[in-house]
Design a protein. Structure first.
Length: 113
C-alpha cells in the first residue's frame, strides 16, 4: 500500500511539472509563438491593506494563469507598469503586466547540461 501511494505521488508530481509555465528573459527558439496576454491587479484598497510583496505575488499568479489559458508554456515579459500610491501611503497601488507567449513541446535545455 505504501509503495502504491509513493508511485501515485511520483506520477502526480511528474504530471504537474509537464504543465509548468516558465517566465524567460529571452525568447525561446524552436517554439510556436502564441498570443500576447495582459493582466491588471491591485487597486486603491488593496494598496492600503496588503504589502507590495503580496500584490507582486498575486500579479505573477494571475499572469501564469493567463499564459496557461492562452495555451502557452513559455513567456517573456513585454511590459511591466507599477502604479504607486499618490499620498503619504507609500507602496504599490496596482500593477499591469503584459507578456508574449510560446508553446514549446520539448523540455527547456539548460546551458550547463
Amino acid at each position: 500500500m505504501r509503495r502504491l501511494l509513493s508511485i501515485g505521488l511520483l506520477l502526480l508530481a511528474a504530471s504537474s511539472q509537464a504543465d509548468k509555465v516558465l517566465l524567460l528573459k529571452t525568447p525561446p527558439s524552436g517554439c510556436q509563438p502564441g498570443d500576447t496576454v495582459s493582466i491588471e491587479t491591485g487597486g486603491k484598497l488593496q494598496g492600503l491593506l496588503f504589502s507590495d510583496a503580496w500584490i507582486e505575488n498575486n500579479a505573477k499568479k494571475k499572469l501564469l494563469k493567463a499564459i496557461k489559458k492562452a495555451d502557452g508554456n513559455r513567456a517573456v515579459l513585454k511590459d511591466r507598469r507599477v502604479f504607486l500610491m499618490d499620498n503619504h501611503h507609500r507602496g504599490i497601488q496596482r500593477m499591469e503586466l503584459e507578456a508574449w507567449t510560446w508553446r514549446c513541446e520539448e523540455p527547456l535545455k539548460m546551458d550547463n547540461q
